[in-house]
Structures are given as structure tokens and as C-alpha cells.
Design a protein around this ligand. Structure first.
Ligand code: G4P
Length: 287
């Protein structure tokens, strides 16, 4: 099984990741990009379209168990309209994972025909998985591989050390996912990545993160605040006031009239992570 990696993205790491992708791209027929279904824009690597070149592309919206189903459906349409194949999965439970092999075959139907017309019947299709840290790549690969995780072994023309997992007759998956850097382009994106655990929340001030998350919830899912923290969010309050209101309701009192805001921020983020606030997406497509 794969270990989770926590990587700080320095320019050196980015160059190395880029080189790894370029090397592996030569060997694959399709590129499959994992996104967090709750933030299908913020969780995309900003350079993926350039890196993937003209390879056929599949987008996997993962963590659908935590995302708003209606929003996930909108994102699916959004990416399909832009030429991507899209699959929805919950890699943790395995939901949707069975659709992977058929989706790849559909995506590569023309390629298969081309191979056949050249007499290369039975030629194996190869796919690589890419995504930012923590998006679920290893979990997904392990689920897809299932009991077939027995590795196919090196083959001619494959860089030494590369392993392929045979997931279906004629379909192989590169066993190591490509880890790409996340976006660094705005505080808002950084916050969404921290809220969904794509980056460590402690790079940002927890209280501010919690306050801004409250604002986002009030805007998108006010009912979730009401149901979980037992107050209707006042439209005139700022994020800190909303967070304090929740701390009051939870009884996180430190001294007379003073509430433990950091504890409340941690509680809020932890409960979101566990899905206790419901299935909530943080981004809508502009459709
Ligand atoms: P990576 O290779 O892309 O870095 O990600 P990895 O598979 O290590 O997954 C990161 C975390 O996300 C793991 O949780 C994993 O169980 C969880 N995960 C992956 N896919 C899904 C999904 O579809 N739904 C949900 N709910 N979780 C998913 P962890 O860090 O081991 O613990 P925890 O987050 O479960 O507490």
C-alpha cells in the first residue's frame, strides 16, 4: 500500500515532478487526473493542461461521499462540455471505481480501432494517475488494483523500476501516481485547499480559516450551520462573529464572556472533514 506523502513544493520539487510526468507520458495512452469533488477547480494542478499535452484525458471527481451531489453533477457536465471524460468516485469505499476500466475504454475507443487496423490486436492500453497531494490517488490505485495488486513486472521499453498493474484485460495502470503541485494563486484557493486537507491548515491562521469557512457556509449552505451549530447565521455578522456564535452554542467558554475560538475553528474543520456538516461542496462551476 502507498504511504501518504506530505510535500512542500519548492521549485526543485516542481521541476522533478514535471520531469517524472514527461517521462511517464511517453509510455501511456491516457492521463487520468484526480480532483476533489468538493473543489474541482482549486484542486486542479494549474499546469496540467500543458503537461498532459494532447493525451486523451479522464477526470475523476473523487470524494463524492463528502461533496454535494447536485454540485458534483454540475461539475461533471462542466468538464464534459470541455472535452474531458468524467468519472465520479469515492475511492475510500470503492464506489464508482468499477466504472474506471469501461470509462478508459470508451475514452480510447479510437485508439483501439487504430491498433486493430494496424493488426496490433490485444495491445495493452496504459494509463497514469495524476493529482495534487492527498486527493486520494493511492487509495484509488489500491482500490482499482484490488486483488490484482500483484504487479505485472518490468517489460521491455519500460524504464527500470516502473511497474504496471493489470486492471482488466488489455488495460494497465502505472502503479505510482504522479504527484503534482497545487495552485498557489490566491488566498481563497489556499483556504479551500486547507479546509479540504490538501495542504496543512497550520500554514494559515486557524481562526481566520474557520471564520472564512463560516462565511462560505453562510453563503452556500446556511442550513448546515443551523442544523449542526443550532443558530441561524445572521447576515450582518462577520466570520469571526459567526465562529464565536458557534463557540457559544458549544459552550467553549474560557473565561467570563470569552470563548475559545481556536478550539471552535478546529472543531468546525474537523467536523467538515468527517462529513458531519453534510455533503458540502465549496466551489460552483461558472456555468
Ligand atoms: P494521495 O495518494 O493522493 O496523497 O491521497 P491518499 O490516497 O493517501 O488519500 C488521502 C486521504 O483521503 C486518506 O485518508 C484517504 O482515506 C482519504 N480518501 C481518499 N479517497 C477518498 C474518498 O473518496 N472519500 C473520502 N471520504 N476519503 C477519501 P487518511 O488521511 O488516511 O485519513 P482520513 O482522511 O480518512 O481521516
Amino acid at each position: 500500500m502507498y504511504e501518504k506523502m506530505n510535500i512542500q513544493w519548492f521549485p526543485g520539487h516542481m521541476t522533478k515532478a514535471q520531469r517524472m510526468i514527461e517521462e511517464n507520458l511517453k509510455m501511456v495512452d491516457a492521463v487520468c487526473e484526480l480532483l476533489d469533488a468538493r473543489i474541482p477547480r482549486a484542486s486542479r494542478n494549474p499546469d496540467i493542461d500543458r503537461l498532459a499535452g494532447d493525451k486523451p484525458r479522464l477526470i475523476i471527481l473523487n470524494r463524492i461521499d463528502l461533496a454535494d451531489p447536485a454540485m458534483t453533477a454540475r461539475w461533471k457536465k462542466y468538464y464534459e462540455a470541455r472535452g474531458f471524460s468524467v468519472l465520479e468516485t469515492d475511492a475510500k469505499s470503492g464506489k464508482g471505481v468499477n466504472g474506471f476500466a469501461p470509462a478508459v475504454r470508451r475514452l480510447l475507443a479510437d485508439k483501439l480501432k487504430e491498433y486493430e487496423s494496424k493488426g496490433q490486436v490485444g495491445r495493452t492500453l496504459r494509463v497514469m494517475i495524476l493529482g495534487i497531494p492527498n486527493v486520494g490517488k493511492s487509495t484509488f490505485i489500491n482500490k482499482v488494483a484490488g486483488r490484482k495488486a500483484a504487479i505485472a513486472g518490468d517489460r521491455p521499453g519500460v524504464t527500470r523500476g516502473k511497474q504496471w498493474i493489470n486492471i482488466d484485460s488489455g488495460l494497465d495502470l502505472l502503479d505510482t501516481p504522479g504527484i503534482l503541485w497545487p495552485r498557489f494563486d490566491s488566498q481563497e484557493v489556499g483556504e479551500m485547499l486547507a479546509i479540504t486537507n490538501a495542504i496543512k491548515a497550520d500554514v494559515l491562521d486557524k481562526e481566520t480559516l474557520g471564520a472564512n469557512f463560516m462565511l462560505r457556509l453562510r453563503e452556500m449552505y446556511p442550513k448546515a450551520i443551523e442544523e449542526r451549530y443550532k443558530f441561524a447565521p445572521d447576515p450582518d455578522m462577520n466570520g469571526f462573529e459567526l465562529l464565536e456564535q458557534a463557540a457559544k452554542k458549544r459552550g467553549f467558554l474560557v473565561s467570563k464572556g470569552e470563548y475559545d475560538m481556536e478550539r471552535m475553528a478546529n472543531t468546525l474543520l474537523g467536523e467538515y472533514h468527517e462529513g458531519k456538516l453534510g455533503r458540502l461542496s465549496l466551489e460552483a462551476p461558472d456555468d
